[in-house]
Design a protein around this ligand. Sequence first.
Ligand code: UT7
Length: 335
Amino acid sequence: MTIRSKIVGTGMGVPEHVVTNHDLEKLMDTSDEWIRQRSGIAERRHIREGERPSELAERASRRALDAAGLEPGDLDGIVLATLSSEHDFPGTSFFLHRRLGVPEIPCFDLRAQCSGFLYALATADAYIRAGMMRRVLVVGCEVHSTGLDLTTRGRNVSVLFGDGAGAVIVEANPDPEDRAGVLAVRMHAQGEHAERLWIEAPGSGSYPLRITAEQVAAGRHFPQMEGRFVFKHAVTRMPEVLRETLDAAGVKQDDVSWFLLHQANLRINEFVAQAMGIPPEKCPSNIERFGNCSAASIPMLLDEGARAGRLEPGQLIALAAFGSGFTWASAILRW
Ligand code: UT7
């Protein structure tokens, strides 16, 4: 008998502190107009001192558990995708593990940057279909704000990113009558372009210490991005992988109700929708309010859609992301 996995609960957690484009104008040479025009972003959230990534992840996870009518003790495992971990090691998932008070179930962090949630969903789906786990908490969690160059030097990157977490509960669905579930997932990577969007240090690539005074002085501990190069690849790879995953799922594009695309830049998603002939109203966004939350963006969109009642049982939903690595991935779900 084929076991399929399905999402049975969603949640999100964002800091309360709102940072508008006008707030950023006070820190660097930028403008509300430039940020809105190039990215569609009006505001994002930043943590305040004392807040932790695992706190946002806990909020998202507890909401997802509540939505599913489950307790932390019902989980068999946790996969947390992040590129902005709470400490160098252990991963953020271990701090979430402690906060949730779960029994000694396995957990780990997964690093696939903005495609991280889809890689994590694929991992949970594979464990479930292999019969290794029945119920997995999948989380995307980012605190970018503590790692951004909030001066004019870093403006091409720092205006784009925000903090947030999104979570889903993925559960085995052995009922052949219930068609809901993850129908197909496809993932890709191209390490050739690793340095086109990265943070160089701290890391073991820097010798003999993981970071040097020169790197700090040059701001190499902040993200560096070749924006146009990344943009060009994103608008090519996302349609490619969406088509591949639709084919793998045996689903027609027109039958998909919602395209939940990674929130890196509203203009990227407008390009993707236009290139594929997807009506813009099928591509909801939250980047205006939250900026780019990397691995958290897609589960946050799922949670907003589920809670607003937009996602209805039986609907087909396509997810797609592109990010640092480069990585890109897509999943087709029946809700
Ligand atoms: O989630 C991971 C994946 N990330 C992405 O997908 C991001 C992909 N890239 C992008 O979305 C776009 O490349 C950006 C929104 C980052 C930038 O837009 P762009 O149209 O590619 O701008 P640009 O980097 O070519 O810069 C254009 C100008 C430059 O000035 P000059 O050289 O023309 O005088 C920049 O210095 O805009 C300037 N600029 C800014 N001005 C005001 C760059 N950042 C800012 C800023 N405010 N924040």
